[in-house]
Write a protein that binds this ligand. Structure first.
Ligand SMILES: N[C@@H](CCC(=O)N[C@@H](CS)C(=O)NCC(=O)O)C(=O)O
Length: 192
């Protein structure tokens, strides 16, 4: 039987937590990593991905996940699908826990991705500026963890895989000093 395929750039960004989740769930998968090459004229050659992009359905993007004829894009949907199929205990034991995981993903993703990852990808290298931009958004994410083992309380869910990697990005932006300001993140990461 054909292995499922995870497609993403050959970088961590939105791919790392998916690889962690696939490994955790013991899935035998194809890791399709696309490369960007620097051209002699200083531009970038993205044909490795762009040539395949038109085959990626009506909403082409990466990360994507192909499981037989089934194709998914969008990070949240891909993460949830992998958990639902290979590690269903990560989807929440009640509708309340399950919806809480969805809610937390919807809160974490714009902060981590739109505010940080995209700003850095667009060339913003001023980490102090980035910190000032997201500090007030990160505070409630941090404070939410007080008295909890995992994001949804006592149950590990798929959104913890996302949050673990997002904290690594926060740590990068905080130049290694994130835990001085947000100590609950280290307790959480150590537990993960
Ligand atoms: N909304 C999408 C955004 C994904 C996205 O922007 N992917 C970037 C890499 S992080 C990309 O290069 N996409 C390729 C494309 O737009 O075709 C998600 O959350 O998965």
């Amino acid at each position: 039987m054909e292995k499922p395929t995870l497609g993403y750039w050959k970088i961590r960004a939105l791919g790392a937590h998916l690889k962690m989740l696939l490994e955790y769930a013991g899935v035998d998968y194809e890791n399709r990593e696309y490369e960007i090459y620097k051209k002699a004229d200083g531009g970038y050659d993205m044909t490795d991905y762009n040539d395949e992009r038109p085959t990626l359905g009506p909403f082409p993007n990466i990360p994507y996940f192909k499981d037989g004829d089934y194709l998914l894009t969008e990070t949240g949907a891909v993460t949830r699908y992998i958990a639902a199929k290979w590690a269903p205990h990560l989807c929440g034991s009640t509708p309340e826990v399950s919806a809480m995981a969805d809610m937390l993903y919807s809160i974490w993703h714009p902060i981590r991705f739109s505010k940080l990852t995209l700003s850095m990808a667009m060339g913003c290298a001023d980490k102090e500026m980035l910190r000032n931009d997201v500090r007030e958004n990160i505070k409630p994410l941090h404070n939410w963890l007080a008295g909890k083992k995992w994001l949804c309380g006592e149950e590990l869910t798929w959104v913890d895989f996302y949050a673990y990697e997002a904290i690594n990005i926060f740590q990068f932006v905080w130049e290694g000093r994130l835990f001085e300001e947000f100590p609950l993140f280290i307790i959480y990461q150590n537990e993960f």
